[in-house]
Design a protein around this ligand. Structure first.
Ligand code: IMP
Length: 445
């Protein structure tokens, strides 16, 4: 039965928030399955900007159920801030609209503190994390010392496990980093209170999603970050700590692999990256500044200026191939208007060997030489186009050439932040997807 996954096919910040918001009308359920509050999905509705870090963008659509599933590392403080912020702005976020996985791992104060200290410790080798505690929380999950949301709901269990976790973290904070220790009892008390507030939202979301899938409800899986930041398949070690592509859905959402359905990648008409690590098509100096300014390329979560560069067909082809994408959506094409001729990376040459897909088997991209092609730019406005033919000629040629290089159809082009600033090219939903919008049915259970 129908489900769709939307994922980032670059280094994150591809504009997924807007696209997911756009597609939410045609689905019943929107699911986050990995990452945490390191993500920042921006949605503009009627000129009003919304930024969501943990709650799926479907929350802005009445009648949709939104699930924060098992694979997400949940910072419950950020989550409550987000719930309160939405409620204050008139969006109702009751338990019938937001479901939180009982077995998702929790990000605590100690994870955020260690994230920062460990970056400092690494010095020049730092990752450039968002500082949201993502790596340390997933490390605890893998080392079996983490706490899950269900643990927060049981005060005695929460206190016991949290004290044990904090004892080890305080040893690291004090003895390794020489910093002030965290106040164990204050943290325990705070999170027990938070558990009580979250309790109504907590559910066996895996079971609910499997049932929803069996019942033919339409599910949209919302990826955060991008495949080049995938812990296994990205530019390791300069990656995040989860599986960011559709490959992460079965375990992250608790659904069988066949429930994932069709996957659609999202990539900008150029590239950006925040944090450290390889970024072969990076531009510097005035060219980078102009692109950054035109695209407002500053981190949604951290406010950091993003590194900016040309479209890298090698990286995008790899991400789409890995995900088995049926198509992809090119975002922010309008940003390239007036930036002159446009370079596109078509291949990498490393030690004399050419690669048309990102070479995931190499320890690093040191010494990479770029094989590029220069395409004519345009000065006319692309932002007002609502059909492919209405785009400036050179913009159309750019889209077509990039599509050819990446060898996967561009199903939609986005030319602005607003919901209607899109150009449809091919159907996004599969042939089995019902043509009509679903009738809002509310709760999953
Ligand atoms: P972490 O996920 O905070 O551990 O950061 C690891 C790397 O992923 C850093 O380079 C971050 O800048 C990057 N990163 C994490 N989340 C996002 C995102 O939502 N967009 C873009 N980059 C991200």
């Amino acid at each position: 039965m129908p489900s769709l996954s939307v994922f980032g096919a670059q280094w994150g910040d591809e504009g997924k928030g807007k696209i997911i918001d756009l597609l939410s009308d045609r689905v019943d359920v929107v699911v986050r399955y990995q990452g945490g509050a390191n993500a920042g999905h921006t949605v503009v509705v009627d000129g009003v900007k919304w930024v969501l870090h943990l709650i799926p963008s479907g929350i802005l659509h009445e009648g949709k159920v939104n699930v924060i599933a098992t694979g997400v590392a949940i910072d419950p403080i950020k989550l409550l801030e987000e719930i309160d912020g939405l409620e204050e702005r008139g969006v109702s976020v009751g338990p019938e609209r937001l479901r939180i996985a009982a077995n998702a791992h929790v990000i605590f104060e100690q994870h955020k503190r260690i994230d920062g200290l460990s970056e400092r410790w690494k010095g020049d080798g730092r990752i450039g994390t968002t500082g949201r505690g993502i790596g340390p929380a997933y490390s605890d999950k893998a080392s079996r010392t983490g706490l899950r949301i269900c643990d927060l709901l049981d005060p005695a269990r929460c206190a016991e496990r949290l004290r044990a976790n904090l004892a080890e973290k305080n040893a690291v904070i004090g003895k390794v980093h020489g910093e002030e220790l965290l106040d164990v009892e204050a943290i325990v008390q705070r999170y027990v209170e938070i558990g009580a507030r979250l309790a109504p939202f907590v559910a066996d979301t895996g079971a609910e999603l499997r049932r929803a899938h069996r019942d033919g409800r339409r599910i949209l899986f919302e990826g955060a970050q991008g495949v080049m930041l995938d812990i296994d398949h990205g530019t390791y070690p300069f990656v995040t700590s989860s599986n960011t592509g559709p490959g992460g859905i079965p375990s992250g959402a608790g659904v069988p692999p066949h429930a994932v359905g069709r996957s659609i990648g999202i990539a900008k008409a150029y590239c950006t990256r925040v944090g450290e690590g390889p970024f072969p098509s990076e531009m510097f100096g005035d060219d980078a500044d102009r692109l950054r300014a035109a695209g407002h390329e500053y981190g949604t979560t951290t406010g950091r200026p993003r590194r900016a560069g040309s479209f890298d067909a090698v990286a995008v082809r790899y991400c789409l191939d890995l995900a088995g994408a049926a198509g992809w959506i090119m975002t922010k094409l309008d940003v390239l208007s007036g930036l002159g001729d446009l370079k596109v990376v078509t291949g990498y040459r490393i030690d004399g060997e050419e690669f048309s897909e990102y070479p995931a088997h190499l320890p690093s991209l040191d010494g990479v030489e770029l094989i590029t092609e220069t395409l004519p730019g345009w000065t006319e406005d692309a932002a007002s186009a609502r059909t492919f033919d209405a785009l400036p000629d050179a913009a159309r040629r750019y889209v077509e050439r990039v599509e050819e290089l990446v060898a996967t159809p561009i199903v939609m082009v986005s030319v602005g932040a607003e919901r209607d600033a899109v150009i449809d090219r091919e159907p996004i939903f599969g042939a089995d997807w019902p043509a009509s919008a679903p009738t809002p049915e509310g709760a999953l259970s």
